[in-house]
Design a protein around this ligand. Structure first.
Ligand code: CUA
Length: 332
């Protein structure tokens, strides 16, 4: 009995020692969302359970090794004993209850983490190889940084353009995969102003390690100020010229048509607008709006001398063609 009491006291002392030792390491980053509170609490009680179980196994083992070691000259055999039913039932049933209890706590915790606030602000997240894009549908712009107002639930609706990615801001704690062809959701309520980082937590190719974007949590007023600024910037970028520039780069036009005067598979666009061009039939035309529009809509109609009629027909709308022409006009 004496041994049980001593070993029991040592187990309790070691449990506390191990727990405070582990807790002092500061394994978790700063807590920056309300969802983190419950998650950290679960983590903490698991740490306690682990410390106790570790002590429960190692302390009696070490105690036995030392106290019941073989003395010099003792050549007798150990006492024979058969199994212990009470012990067997005990160490099966008690852990079963412990595991079920943790499952119960975990389920409640998960429900808290997923709890929806009807006033949540929607942010659409797009993950791609290798970066992030954040759209704010309430304000109508996109951003490379995730700016968030403090103390408001954010409802992230996430899509992937290519492969599996995973949205993870360690300071917020929850993590959610992005799955191609599906919208996955995550709710976070940042509660600490500061700068963090979203990092991809799913191996997604060679630059996976660099798939990070800033996450900036600011006061509500600063957020609104930032959003209005971004709205203005987005409106300014939305001119026909900039739309045209985007179209020619995303459709590969600039692979053949240079914008710096060099001749490629097609005529350069530098200084093209308003200039005289000679066609394959020897006639001369002015490269005005009508001519450039026709050349995009029907590339074979008039071919410039010195070039083969190899330009493919692109399915641009009339508006898109007008934007491209507006862009070409700027290349003087
Ligand atoms: Cu995206 Cu890893």
């Amino acid at each position: 009995m004496r041994h049980f009491i001593i070993a029991g006291v040592l187990v309790i002392a070691a449990s506390f020692g191990i727990y405070f030792g582990l807790a002092s390491v500061d394994m978790l980053p700063v807590q920056a969302s309300t969802q983190a509170v419950g998650i950290d609490w679960m983590w903490d009680i698991q740490l306690m359970a682990m410390s106790f179980l570790f002590a429960l196994i190692f302390v009696p083992m070490l105690y036995s090794l030392i106290v019941f070691r073989r003395r010099k000259g003792d050549t007798s055999d150990g006492e024979h004993f058969e199994g212990n039913n009470a012990l067997e039932i005990g160490w099966t049933v008690i852990p079963l209850f412990v595991v079920v209890f943790f499952a119960y706590l975990g389920a409640g915790n998960l429900a808290d983490t997923l709890r929806a606030d009807p006033d949540a602000m929607v942010v659409k997240v797009t993950g791609f190889q290798w970066g992030w894009k954040f759209a704010y549908p309430e304000y109508g712009f996109e951003s490379k940084e995730l700016y968030l107002p403090v103390d408001q639930q954010i409802w992230l609706k996430m899509e992937s353009n290519d492969v599996l990615h995973s949205f993870w801001v360690p300071e917020f704690r929850p993590k959610q995969d992005l799955v191609p062809g599906r919208v996955t959701e995550l709710r976070v309520t940042p509660n600490l102003v500061g700068s963090y980082k979203v990092r991809c937590a799913e191996l997604c190719g060679t630059s996976h390690a660099f798939m990070e974007s800033p996450v900036i949590v600011v006061e509500e007023d600063d957020f609104v100020k930032w959003a209005i600024e971004q709205q203005a910037l987005a409106a300014a970028a939305n001119t026909p010229e900039s739309q045209g520039e985007l179209l020619v780069s995303t459709n590969g036009c600039v692979a053949c048509h240079s914008i710096n005067g060099t001749t490629g598979q097609g005529p350069t666009w530098l200084g093209l607008f308003g200039s005289d061009v000679e066609l394959t039939d020897g006639s001369i035309v002015v490269a005005d709006e009508a001519f450039i529009t026709e050349s995009i809509a029907d590339p074979a109609a008039k071919v410039v001398k010195g070039f083969a009629p190899v330009m493919p027909l692109y399915p641009f709308t009339n508006e898109e063609i007008a934007n491209i022409v507006a862009y070409i006009k700027t290349l003087k």
